[in-house]
Ligand binder design. Structure first.
Ligand code: SAM
Length: 438
């Protein structure tokens, strides 16, 4: 359409009109710190309330002397005619609000974020669409942009501005790292939010505990990077994962860090989030269903149940350097208490020996739940004294559930098997009632 957007510095501007359209123009000009004269025979009370100089009379030929831009917001054809006559005598730019085709400038929809100015125009086709697009763009502008611009202005004045650094500083403001909890493995146990977010990523980082079914949900065009950490086989150290996430975030990308279960339950999600936030990267955490909760449920073991357990603890048996964490062992002596142990399978023998030596009941029920929620889920029911034998050959990943609630597996495991019929559920529910009463 042969239009060209430019920024005018300190234009000498005349605004004609005193109604609502003139009000909108006056407000926009004031927001952009433009000095202007406004002339009209009458002003609406909103314009009168503005702190701007006003001339109360009809516009006349003398008003155009030395003006660079004229805005006619009257909608009056006689005013437009006068402006066009004057335009022949002295050159100025003309914007006629009611008949844009008479003029030679359009005003775009403007977004001002301090020094950042974004103007959107549809070449006069639809100011409404311009405004909608402008407002959508506004939602994408990081709130730190004004500060960064102020910093850059100073650096530019001092001659210390570095383009590469500026690029990185700006791009990283547009990046978000999503820590996404994907649940214990069954795709259906992922949250809708996790699924939806995953569809919009540029890069996805995942580790070995993510099932192929979940990885299959990542769009083909998304870059996938495995940072798998298997027991005894670390593809990347945690520090390297942090750095990799940061390196990609610096490029202004949308990044997903997929975690099994919930990122904040023994998932090192907090460390990654802290590292990135301290480096100025926006982080969003999307909670997932932890294996600590889904695991027992999938095995028909409720962590709490009246008459069995009134408290529960979720612990990790693993400390840095593949050492056993024994801090939680005294919990084994608390009555009506369920303990869910993550990363405990490798320490089954020590857990058994140390707890028996401290006087824990040898018959305290224990369940080993491997591959919870997955097709190859396996549940072994044992007790504290037989735990080392039961653990032999058990698959990873696995959790241990310790406490009287494990006894409910015999009855409730039906509830976690989708292929059982309703009638058997009802009869098993009756047995549960009997057991709870006895
Ligand atoms: C590093 S931790 C991560 C825990 C995870 N953030 C969560 O909330 O489930 C890994 C441990 O989680 C447990 N785990 C994860 N997925 C599991 C599954 N599907 N079945 C059994 N245990 C699982 C195992 O104890 C495994 O050693």
């Amino acid at each position: 359409m042969g239009t060209f957007p430019i920024l005018l510095t300190k234009p000498k501007l005349l605004l004609i009109g005193g109604g609502q359209i003139a009000l909108q123009k006056a407000q926009a000009l004031s927001r952009n710190q433009i000095n202007f004269n406004i002339i009209a025979s009458a002003f609406c009370h909103e314009i009168q309330a503005l702190d701007i100089p006003m001339t109360h009379r009809p516009v006349c030929a003398e008003d155009f002397a030395g003006v660079n831009i004229v805005i006619d917001a009257t909608g009056n054809p006689d005013v437009a005619k006068l402006v066009l006559q004057e335009k022949k005598k002295s050159y100025f730019l003309f914007n006629c609000v009611s008949q844009p085709e008479l003029g030679d400038v359009y005003f775009p929809a403007i977004l001002n974020v301090n020094d950042l100015k974004i103007s959107v125009s549809t070449d006069g086709a639809s100011p409404t669409i311009s405004r909608i697009v402008r407002d959508k763009i506004a939602a994408f502008i990081p709130k730190q942009i004004p500060n960064l611009l102020a910093e850059k202005r100073v650096e530019r004045q001092l001659g210390t501005l570095d383009i590469k650094t500026t690029q990185e500083q700006c791009l990283k403001l547009f990046s978000t790292v999503y820590l996404i909890g994907c649940g214990p493995g069954d795709v259906d146990l992922m949250t809708i939010k996790a699924y939806k977010t995953l569809q919009q990523m540029d890069v996805v980082f995942y580790d070995h505990l993510l099932t192929p079914e979940i990885l299959a949900l990542i769009p083909e065009t998304t870059q996938k990077i495995s940072v798998g950490k298997k027991k005894g086989c670390h593809l990347y150290r945690q520090e390297q994962i942090n750095e990799l996430l940061f390196e990609h975030a610096k490029r202004g990308l949308k990044i997903a860090r997929l975690k099994c279960g919930d990122p904040y339950i023994f998932g090192r999600g907090a460390e990654e989030a802290e590292y990135l936030i301290k480096k100025g990267i926006k982080v969003e955490m999307i909670s997932g269903i932890s294996s600590a909760l889904a695991g027992p449920a999938c095995a028909g073991i409720p962590p709490t149940a009246r008459n069995y357990a009134t408290n529960m603890s979720i612990v990790s048996a693993h400390l840095a350097g593949c050492k056993i964490n024994t801090d939680w062992l005294p919990l084994l002596k608390i009555p009506h208490h369920t303990i869910i142990v993550l990363m405990g399978l490798s320490f089954a023998t020590q857990i058994s020996e140390l707890s028996l030596a401290s006087g824990v009941n040898p018959q305290l029920p224990v369940a080993i739940i491997s591959n919870a929620s997955r097709a190859d889920q396996d549940v072994r029911i044992t007790d504290m004294q037989n735990l080392p034998t039961a653990a032999v050959g058990a698959q990873r990943p696995a959790i241990l559930v310790i406490g009287d609630v494990v006894r409910l597996h015999e009855i409730l495991s039906f509830a976690s098997r989708a292929d059982e019929g309703l009638s058997s559920s009802i009869s098993e529910a009756g047995r549960l009632q009997e057991l709870a009463v006895s």
